[in-house]
Design a binder for this molecule. Structure first.
Ligand SMILES: Cc1cc2nc3c(=O)[nH]c(=O)nc-3n(C[C@H](O)[C@H](O)[C@H](O)COP(=O)(O)O)c2cc1C
Length: 377
């Protein structure tokens, strides 16, 4: 099959990955209203076609946190990436590095921080959940420092878990539960099984060895489930900053007042995000909140955007509304499920080419040319 767009990768991933893990990526929380709004609100933003502007020479490069990027996109944190394809985090990090864009490793990854650092030898960003066990959080920050992670991304929109119905119905578990239905589903995906077994990692890599007195991945999963901390507040950011000396990104901001507080708390960058429609269902789409948050932040921190990006045209829309750069979650997770590292590379390439052509057709030669004038409405 000739892959030409993210939707092709999604279809291929759906064929390759056992249902419980494909659904885990695909789903939104509750009735998935916010998940759908992320897409429809992006699609309703129209680009302004411009002609006769000599766009023969173009440059999509930009910077994120002072580092040059080939285009303004990062791979966002996706928990359990390594269940889309064996060693998934390492493969995605390699693809991002080869493409010249940042990769973010989730706290809840399958490959550990050290696994990714050893296998890639390149800097990456680490995403942090502040969990109840502050000793564990402290050790994660120390490990991110020791492996030279180049930024810490603190996710603040998950003081507790929004429910995804399909995960409960599918009996999603780490490692995969050995119920008959799951065994049957895995047996129908022999290549996926082979890659997972060859990768030899199928538990939460960052937790192994830390969660004392609990052996076996199932108990690690139970530990994680009880660790989300509803007491989370802005003083926790101060605490994190006292331990982390590098750039700090705060992810999960959907309200202008919270954006101001994030900047006041010392964030170098803020990610406008509703967790890909996986937390508060009924919240507005992230793109609809971007302009208000841009005004609130008013240049005091870098502004990143995620939620619903499936094309380079979507990246252009977000940049036109004031984002400095975008993150993707599902778009690259589909790539991984479809074809491992090559699939992630394909996802990045598709988004890059679409952005480049769309810039040309809107009369933009550089990222700096993109602005409100790039939109038709
Ligand atoms: C399967 C999946 C797992 C995710 N896990 C995390 C996570 O561990 N930490 C985090 O901060 N965000 C997580 N997110 C949210 C993404 O980082 C990002 O905000 C979201 O996917 C953006 O929406 P998109 O998927 O439409 O691009 C996850 C998203 C998905 C789809």
């Amino acid at each position: 099959m000739t892959i030409t767009c993210i939707e092709d990768l999604r279809r291929q991933a759906r064929r390759n990955v056992p249902r419980a893990f494909f659904d885990y990526v695909e789903a939104g929380s509750y009735a998935a209203e916010t998940l759908r709004a992320n897409r429809t609100d992006l699609e309703n933003i129209k680009l302004r076609q411009r002609v006769m502007m000599d766009v023969s020479s173009r440059d999509t490069s930009s910077t994120m946190l002072g580092q040059k990027v080939s285009f303004p996109l990062g791979l966002g944190p996706v928990g359990m990436t390594g269940m889309q394809c064996g060693n998934g985090e390492i493969l995605a990090a390699r693809a991002a590095h080869a493409a010249g864009i940042p990769y973010t490793l989730s706290t809840l990854s399958i490959c550990s921080i050290e696994d990714v650092a050893d296998a890639t030898g390149a800097p990456f960003w680490f995403q942090l959940y502040v969990m109840k066990d502050r000793g564990f959080v402290r050790s994660l920050i120390e490990r991110a420092t020791a492996t030279a992670c180049s930024a810490l991304m603190l996710t603040v929109d998950l003081p507790l878990l929004g429910q995804r119905h399909c995960d409960l119905k599918n009996g999603l578990a780490i490692p995969p539960s050995l119920k008959f239905r799951n065994l049957l589903s895995m047996a129908c995906h022999p290549r996926w099984c082979a890659r997972l077994l060859a990768g030899r990692r199928w538990s939460f890599g960052n937790l192994e060895g830390y969660v004392s007195g609990r052996s076996g991945a199932q108990s690690l999963a139970q530990w994680v489930g009880g660790q989300f901390d509803a007491t989370l507040n802005w003083s926790d950011v101060e605490w994190v900053k006292s331990l982390w000396r590098g750039p700090l990104i705060i992810k999960g901001i959907l309200d202008p007042d919270d954006a101001k507080l994030a900047v006041q708390s010392g964030a170098d960058a803020v990610v406008v995000s509703n967790h890909g429609g996986r937390q508060l269902d009924g919240a507005p789409s992230s793109i609809s909140m971007l302009p208000k948050i841009r005004d609130a932040v008013s240049g005091d921190a870098e502004l990143y955007f995620d939620g619903g990006i499936r094309s380079g045209q979507d990246i252009l829309r977000a940049l036109a509304l004031g984002a400095k750069a975008c993150l993707v979650g599902r778009a690259y997770a589909y790539g991984l499920g479809a074809a491992g590292q090559d699939g992630v590379a394909k996802a990045i390439d598709v988004l890059h080419r679409e952005l480049d052509v769309s810039m040309a057709l809107t009369g933009c030669r550089t990222i700096g040319d993109i602005g409100p004038q790039t939109l038709a409405n």
